[in-house]
Design a protein around this ligand. Structure first.
Ligand SMILES: NC(=O)c1ccc[n+]([C@@H]2O[C@H](COP(=O)([O-])OP(=O)(O)OC[C@H]3O[C@@H](n4cnc5c(N)ncnc54)[C@H](OP(=O)(O)O)[C@@H]3O)[C@@H](O)[C@H]2O)c1
Length: 262
């Protein structure tokens, strides 16, 4: 049976939507009539510009909030600020990721890993941020009879990617955490899933020391002979939040252009 679009008027909370994958996801929801509460870290101006742009273009409400995912005690006040501006939370996407100095000791070869530095930061930014964000979101979803939570993951926990041990292992961990959350939140009508992407052309990937090599290898490995683009992941996240995915929970959807198997 053909049902009407039930996404309109609902609210998405997403971390790190100033650029890359987060931006593409936020815009996908906005253009389907979903209100968007999104976070930025360093790009306040870009965030405010995007919020205005989405409001004008799609006739929805969009607001940007500051958040540093390395400061986990910022999640509670973030959601309290969102409560002031939005009357409901239906979807939460844990997307933001750290890079640069904060991943030193976490992004690199196995023998260079430093659990007391960058490796722990990646855990905080991946697993810690998912747990804190999903907990706050789930409390609000319970009030509206359910919702959908999605964490971004990457195929770097399935195949070897140079220097990616710290991220890969934490993506595996967050996928497992999502499964546990799915079991325990199901009774409230809350579904929890992960979208695992192959290499996607964003600033995060451009920051890889061997970016050109990764890009060439991705195109070579892809059954579709091209790099992944942020929009390639946005559709899967949107689908998982829609009623069409009403019986999907505790899963990871892999969106990799065929790169993992080839
Ligand atoms: N790119 C890939 O190949 C790929 C593949 C699979 C999965 N993923 C996953 O997809 C997600 C998004 O990645 P991306 O490639 O789109 O990254 P990106 O283009 O580098 O964007 C990162 C986002 O996170 C925010 N951010 C950075 N540091 C932060 C911090 N300390 N606290 C809060 N927010 C912070 C940034 O905000 P500001 O701009 O305001 O600083 C930005 O909005 C990540 O979880 C990543 O692991 C990426």
């Amino acid at each position: 049976m053909c049902k009407e679009n039930s996404m309109k008027g609902k609210t998405l909370v997403i971390t790190g939507a100033t650029k890359g994958i987060g931006k593409a996801i936020a815009e996908k929801f906005a253009c389907n009539g979903v209100n968007v509460a999104f976070t930025y870290n360093s790009n306040k101006e870009a965030a405010e510009r995007l919020g205005k742009e989405w409001e004008e273009k799609y006739g929805i409400k969009a607001r940007a909030y500051a958040l540093n995912i390395l400061e986990l005690d910022q999640f509670k006040p973030l959601f309290e600020a969102i409560d002031e501006d939005f009357d409901r939370v239906d979807f939460f996407v844990s997307n933001a990721m750290i890079y640069g100095r904060s991943v030193v000791g976490g992004y690199g070869k196995f023998m260079k890993l430093r659990p007391e530095k960058g490796l722990t930061n990646i855990w905080i930014a991946t697993v810690g941020a998912f747990v804190k964000g999903a907990q706050e979101a789930a409390k609000r979803m319970q009030k509206v009879g359910g919702g959908s939570i999605v964490t971004l993951s990457s195929t770097g926990n399935l195949i070897y990617i140079e220097n990616y041990a710290g991220h890969g292992v934490n993506k595996a961990a967050v996928e497992t955490m999502a499964k546990y959350a799915a079991v325990e939140l199901g009774e409230y009508g809350i579904r929890v899933n992960a979208v695992s992407g192959g290499p996607i052309e964003t600033d995060a990937l451009r920051a890889f020391t061997n970016y050109e090599e990764v890009k060439a290898e991705t195109i070579k490995r892809s059954a579709l002979d091209r790099m992944g683009q942020p929009e390639d992941l946005a559709g899967a996240v949107y689908f998982l939040c829609s009623d069409d995915a009403g019986w999907i929970t505790g899963q990871t959807i892999i969106v990799d252009g065929g790169t993992t198997f080839k």
